[in-house]
Each structure stands twice: as structure tokens, then as C-alpha cells.
Design a protein. Structure first.
Length: 159
């Protein structure tokens, strides 16, 4: 296991792109977890209303909770896929160094890991997009002409 400085430098150059990608995936995870936190906060507010029995529109509240649950499921799937993508990228970087250090021919293996990482990232973005469509669809439904508006019941602490 004897590596030369030039070999290490070349391997580091190969690993830079996946590391930058890892930064982007981390940012994506931040967005996803923030969206999930907002969904959870809103569902807690609605649960408290139901528990306190001070909700005049119980069916609407339950309908909103069902939509929030659906959104949370899509976000959880996106988080799982983004995390899987990050782990696969880490494996790509580790395999680059191990393959170079041990003189292994892992090009196919590394390419497969990278393709799997990209597929996981693509699926994560699609699930995020689906969750956004559900959220905006629900918002549009609530603000259509003729839809009941209950802004007088909305508390300032509601997210």
C-alpha cells in the first residue's frame, strides 16, 4: 500500500466533485427538514385545537391534518432518499481513495454508486415537488372564491 504524492493529488481531484455534490445534498436536507418541522408545528397547533375542543370547524381541521400527514409522508421519503444519496456519495469518495491506495479496479463499482446516488437525488427532488404540489393545491383550495374563510378563528401563534 504505497501511494505517491501525485497519486494522492489525483485522487483528491477526482473526489472534489462528489464532495461539492455532498454540500448540495446537505443543503437539500436542510430545506426538507425545515419543511417537515413546519408541517409538524402546524399539526401540533391543530391537534391542540381538537384536544381543547375549541375548534368550531372540526371537520375542516381534521381534513387539514390529513393533508399535513400526507405532506409529511412525502417529505420523509425525500429525506430518506437525500440521506441515501449522501451516504452513497461518501461511499464514492471512500472507494476512490481505497481503490487508488490498493490498486483496485473499481471503476464500475464507483460508477454504479454514483449513478445510484443520482437516482436517489432525482427521486428526492420528485418527492419534494409532489409535496409542494399538495401544499399549494391545498392552499389554492382554501382561497378559491366561495370557499369558507375562517381567518377570525386563526390565532397569531399559528404557523
Amino acid at each position: 500500500m504505497q501511494m505517491h504524492i501525485g497519486d494522492i493529488g489525483h485522487t483528491i481531484q477526482l473526489a472534489i466533485a462528489p464532495v461539492f455534490l455532498l454540500t448540495g445534498v446537505g443543503t437539500n436536507l436542510l430545506v426538507l427538514t425545515n419543511r417537515l418541522a413546519r408541517i409538524i408545528d402546524r399539526s401540533r397547533v391543530l391537534d391542540d385545537r381538537i384536544d381543547a375542543q375549541d375548534d368550531l370547524n372540526l371537520e375542516e381541521t381534521r381534513a387539514e391534518l390529513r393533508i399535513l400527514y400526507q405532506r409529511a409522508r412525502w417529505i420523509n421519503r425525500a429525506i430518506t432518499l437525500s440521506t441515501s444519496c449522501a451516504l452513497l456519495i461518501c461511499l464514492v469518495v471512500a472507494a476512490l481513495f481505497l481503490g487508488d491506495a490498493l490498486g483496485l479496479r473499481w471503476a464500475g463499482f464507483i460508477a454504479t454508486l454514483f449513478i445510484l446516488a443520482m437516482l436517489a437525488l432525482i427521486a428526492s427532488f420528485l418527492f419534494l415537488l409532489r409535496e409542494i404540489f399538495i401544499a399549494t393545491g391545498h392552499l389554492a383550495m382554501r382561497h378559491q372564491p366561495g370557499a369558507p374563510h375562517h381567518t377570525s378563528q386563526r390565532r397569531s401563534s399559528d404557523p
